[in-house]
Write a protein that binds this ligand. Structure first.
Ligand code: GDG
Length: 481
């Protein structure tokens, strides 16, 4: 890793221009999750602009941007037409890139119309943002919806440093190359100066793709291909663990804590919290619960899985299917094991408030986070941050979550192995207090060190370093085909 840049006391920090699919107003930031909070902190600190889709669908959008000012921050949004929303967002982003990057080739739809819509929206958004850019800005683009965004900005002769952070995993070369447009998309990534990934493994897969498929050349963290050089590094995203621990002790969270515990006396509560998504391994988790009940009769009447899974991307057929599947599995398991005053699985299919969630995490003796594949998974981090350090719960975490790289003091499991997950749950139930405290303290140290501030600052410092390097090397050129 390269040494940190000395913080200049005389030179002002560059203005930040953040770009993401959705823009979240500061008032709704808590609901928008960790990314919204981390971006807003950076924007408040240095002033700046957050640009993206308004979340509105207009039949015939006029292409004009709407601006809201919140303190030092300008929020600038554009609407999408219903066909843009269908092709760019539901189509290419969520029915092609999302499943492919999560290794679900079986759920991946390749539709040239979706791809054209995706390119068109990226270009339209980039062209709308370009006149608002100022010399010296740092542009930070987020996630798989916007892979070609920098290329479209460069077409407009934008010369600002542009960084990109991928929140989801980067796939293995065999998967990526199944995408008919993979060359074009990979080439467009080389219009960025800095690419950030969640884990070292993601960086390695990116390098493998570029070197094997496009003759890329490596030099330290730099990689050259398509006639351009960029920096590719891991920046594991963190949460504001200190603040989340406070939320878990707030009056609203305490109330929720009491509600959970009072109703369940000394029953073990296992909590799962996920957007309802096929990557999160929820059916497999229910099967593991069934396996726990089969293998360990002392769990009957004594253990409950509380699964909170609000619907997401509800217009996409694969998401409708997973919803039906879950209801069916939960129904079968409950039908088989429930007693008059107890059901093994409680499944809540609507969103809860953040404080409520924090209280539930703290009231649950086990946090069960078992995605089949996940860029990072912030729920694992939130569960740990919400615990009472004197009597903490145990985190059972999938080896396929990016967070497992940093959270080795959790009980690490293979989510496909129902028996192993059931055994880990039983181990967690009977784990001695001293061991729980030690594991929690170790996890918490990591969360406090690698928090949201550290993530953001390390990315933006690296982006500044990249732009200084580029200034020395001369202006950007149109890239080679
Ligand atoms: C992507 C990547 C990466 C969930 N239900 C409720 C609720 N949530 C909040 C959680 C957490 C967030 O949503 C989910 O974050 P994750 O990281 O677990 O997952 P993705 O949404 O898939 O996020 C992922 C992340 O980007 C960041 O880079 O870690 O790998 O897939 O904060 O608490 N929040 C509230 N009510 C709910 O019912 N308030």
């Amino acid at each position: 890793m390269s040494p940190a840049l000395p913080r200049s006391t005389t030179r002002p920090r560059p203005r930040l221009v953040a770009v993401s699919n959705r823009v979240v107003h500061p008032r709704g930031a808590a609901r928008g999750g960790g990314l919204a909070v981390a971006l807003l902190d950076a924007l408040r600190e240095r002033g700046g602009l957050w640009f993206g889709w308004s979340g509105q669908i207009a039949e015939r959008p006029d292409g004009r941007a709407t601006e809201t000012v919140a303190g030092e921050i300008r929020l600038v949004t554009v609407d999408l037409s219903s066909s843009e929303h269908e092709d760019y967002y539901n189509g290419f982003a969520n029915r092609c890139l999302w499943p492919l990057f999560h290794l679900r080739l079986d759920l991946t739809t390749f539709d040239p119309r979706h791809y054209e819509g995706y390119q068109r929206v990226n270009r339209r958004l980039a062209y709308a943002l370009h006149p608002m850019l100022q010399e010296g800005d740092q542009v930070w683009v987020h996630d798989y919806h916007l892979l070609p965004f920098a290329e479209a900005l460069r077409e407009q002769r934008a010369s600002q440093p542009i960084g990109f952070f991928l929140h989801i995993p980067f796939p293995v070369p065999e998967m990526l190359t199944a995408l008919p447009h993979h060359r074009e998309l990979m080439r467009s990534l080389f219009s960025y100066d800095l690419l950030g990934f969640q884990t070292e493994a993601d960086v390695q897969r990116f390098r493998d793709c570029v070197c094997r498929e496009f003759g890329g050349q490596l030099r330290g963290n730099s990689i050259t291909a398509f006639g351009r050089t960029l920096t590719a590094r891991a920046f594991p995203i963190g949460i504001d663990a200190r603040e989340f621990a406070k939320v878990a002790e707030s009056p609203a969270a305490r109330l929720e804590f009491q509600r959970v515990r009072e109703n369940r006396k000394d029953r073990t509560v296992i909590v799962g919290v996920d957007r309802l998504d096929y990557t999160k391994g929820i059916p497999e988790r229910f099967r593991s619960m069934e396996c726990l009940l089969d293998r360990y009769p002392d769990t009957h009447g004594q253990v409950e899985l509380l699964q909170i899974a609000p619907t997401s991307r509800g217009e996409v057929p694969e998401y409708m299917a997973i919803r039906r599947e879950l209801e069916q599995i939960a129904g079968n398991i409950n039908g088989r094991y429930a007693q008059l005053d107890w059901e093994p699985i409680r499944y809540i299919n609507r969103p809860l408030g953040r404080r409520q969630l924090a209280g539930i995490y703290r009231a649950s003796q086990i946090g069960l986070v078992t995605p089949l594949r996940d860029g990072m998974n912030l729920v694992a981090k939130e569960y740990v941050a919400a615990q009472n350090p004197a009597d903490p719960g145990v985190l059972v975490l999938s080896r396929f979550a990016g967070s497992a790289q940093q959270m080795q003091a959790a009980l690490i499991v293979n989510p496909y192995d129902n028996t192993a997950v059931a055994d880990a749950l039983q181990t967690a139930r009977y784990m001695p207090l001293e061991e729980r405290r030690q594991r929690h303290a170790e996890l918490m140290r990591g969360l406090l060190r690698d928090d949201a501030d550290a993530w953001r600052e390390s990315f933006l410092e690296e982006l500044q370093r990249c732009s200084l390097q580029r200034a020395e090397a001369g202006p950007p050129t149109a890239q080679a085909a």
